[in-house]
Design a binder for this molecule. Sequence first.
Ligand SMILES: Nc1ncnc2c1ncn2[C@@H]1O[C@H](COP(=O)(O)OP(=O)(O)O)[C@@H](O)[C@H]1O
Ligand SMILES: [Mg+2]
Length: 217
Amino acid sequence: MIVSVDDLTVRYDGATALDGVSLFVEAGEMVALVGANGAGKSTLVRALSGLVPYEGRVVVRGRLAQVPEGREVFADLSVDDNLRLGGWRNGRRGRDTTFVYALLPELTPLRKRVAGTLSGGQQQQVAIGRALMARPDVLVIDELSLGLAPLVVDSLVGHLRELHEERGLAVLLIEQNARLALSLCSRAYVLEAGRIVVTGPARSLVEDPRVATAYLG
Ligand SMILES: Nc1ncnc2c1ncn2[C@@H]1O[C@H](COP(=O)(O)OP(=O)(O)O)[C@@H](O)[C@H]1O
Ligand SMILES: [Mg+2]
């Protein structure tokens, strides 16, 4: 198991954002976390990265990198520099961006461009590339598709599948588009108001009436 979360509770000034959440991701597995706005998804990401205080147990065996909600690229820096910042922990090896451009070839002609001038889809590629520069074992993506056109999402999904299938990268995919998440991942968790309310193989969740009515329209 590469990520294991046990009875995780996070409170903001007394308001409970996560309430006893347990989940896991196996090495090389692609798992979805779906839930409405405000369910606590980003709070979980913050807890996984140690950015909020929490109660409970979070264990990550290996390296975790995140693609934050809203991408958060460094707008004034070039694509190249954004990528290198993702590799800062890895010394000289962390400056070698070659493999990222090989994985995300659409970024190659943009490498000298200032990231703030790129489209949303291009910025999402930069954010993914920056996370890959950390050479993670597990990638946590907070809202892959939010605000992006369907064709752009298709291309990102293609890259993600490739990383998963060919490189064995484990992924925790956070998505408001449940249909997309369930089609891509083998297992899924549904988070509602800070609690996991349904979990299981993605195939069975698609047929689950609680999921269908609330999330699949
Ligand atoms: N920094 C914060 N301070 C106070 N409340 C917060 C903060 N961040 C998030 N919340 C609240 O915690 C709950 C979960 O938020 P969040 O994790 O961002 O949900 P999601 O990512 O699923 O939309 C929401 O009710 C939100 O208003
Ligand atoms: Mg969020």
